[in-house]
Design a binder for this molecule. Structure first.
Ligand code: SAM
Length: 356
């Protein structure tokens, strides 16, 4: 992705849509012929070659649930987690009915279950390839269940850093519930996770990796994402295109707008909907929160393949704690306090102390 990207911490601000002049046009309808020609590639919008996107690559296993930006990404995903979670004909999962029920349940309730399943699946596949490597290097050695557990622990290591609190213990009580409802609410959340795990087990359980399928592990993995994930906000390439046209000069702009204006009017406010996602970064997950942070997480043009960076927002003293903001730090003190409730602490940064 070659566009400006921006990372904000959980519940953070979205990139503010940049305003472009939308006053002039009047033609709200883009004729269906024109739209069809654009889709077919029979018409090319002016300067659109400057905004080309990679072609969509389909999943190797033949499911129609996951799409990738390159063959390389599709292969990496297949090898690292997707082969067990694919609902297509080449899937390596044990039971596709259970897998489809698991995916449906996650989509209906909490899509973090899908990410938690990726952690479990990638740990299984990594542990299994470590075992194969060890067998290959020393074919005569007799492998014990302890060797198997050691491979499992090694495969688990990248996730151990984010493994902190159980989801049902850390989630904030919804504002419409009182203290009397708390136990019932937490039990309900636990029950939801338990049902999701039951479906996942039906799809990919393997006896030798049984410790991975305990409710405690599942609850911690979900908690890890709920507490540590960063919102990923990527500016829409469509928005970037229209801004480029808006910033052209004179005749070039007039000519280009003959084509782009009807399209912009037809899109209305949808011209700048950003692409949103969520991501776990082990280093960023170690940073505590402050409403006057000294760092900010970014994904810049040069940060490829899932990389992101932490940049200092001001000079940092030796020994000073490195912090990021988990929320919109420009919100009022009351709002910030409410937004931080899910993280289970009351912020005592200088700004909060002053404003409280
Ligand atoms: C993403 S983790 C941050 C790293 C964490 N301190 C650790 O030890 O790995 C988020 C958790 O850290 C704690 N935390 C983060 N910022 C805090 C702050 N300003 N005051 C108290 N606890 C904080 C809370 O328990 C929160 O749920």
């Amino acid at each position: 992705m070659t566009h400006i990207t921006d990372l904000n911490s959980c519940a953070g601000n979205l990139k503010t849509p940049r305003n472009i002049d939308k006053e002039k046009g009047s033609n709200e309808d883009l004729s269906s012929n024109a739209a069809e020609s654009l889709i077919n590639g029979n018409i090319q919008l002016p300067f659109s070659s400057l905004f080309s996107l990679p072609a969509v690559v389909f999943c190797i296993g033949g499911c129609e649930d996951e799409f990738f930006c390159s063959e390389k990404c599709a292969k990496a995903a297949w090898e690292s987690y997707h082969s067990l979670l694919c609902s297509g004909p080449k899937s390596l999962c044990k039971d596709k009915d259970f897998l489809c029920k698991f995916i449906h349940h996650a989509n209906e309730t909490n899509d973090i279950f899908l990410v938690a399943a990726k952690v479990i699946s990638s740990t299984i596949l990594k542990a299994s390839s470590l075992e194969q490597l060890k067998h290959k290097n020393d074919p005569k050695k007799c492998y014990t269940s302890e060797d198997c557990i050691n491979c499992l622990l090694e495969a688990w290591e990248p996730f151990s850093m984010g493994f902190k609190r159980l989801w049902w213990d850390s989630i904030a009580l919804p504002i419409d519930l009182g203290a009397d409802d708390e136990i019932g609410f937490r039990n309900e959340i636990k029950e939801l996770a338990s049902h999701s795990l039951k479906l996942l087990k039906g799809a990919i359980f393997e006896e030798k990796y049984a410790p991975l399928f305990s409710l405690q592990v599942y609850g911690h993995v979900i908690g890890m994402f709920e507490l540590n994930n960063l919102d990923l906000v990527v500016a829409s390439p469509v928005e970037d295109y229209f801004i480029y046209i808006d910033e052209l000069d004179g005749k070039e702009k007039v000519e280009a707008e003959k084509f782009t204006r009807p399209l912009l009017d037809a899109l209305g406010d949808d011209y700048n909907v950003p692409c949103e996602g969520t991501a776990f970064f082990p280093v960023q997950s170690c940073a505590n929160h402050s409403c006057v942070p000294n760092m900010k997480a970014f994904k810049r043009d040069e940060d490829k393949d899932g990389q992101a960076v932490l940049l200092a927002t001001r000079p940092i003293q030796f020994g000073e704690e490195l912090t990021i903001s988990y929320i919109d730090e420009d919100a009022s003190w009351e709002e910030r306090k409410a937004l931080l409730k899910d993280y289970g602490f009351i912020c005592m940064c200088p700004k909060c102390i002053k404003e409280s």
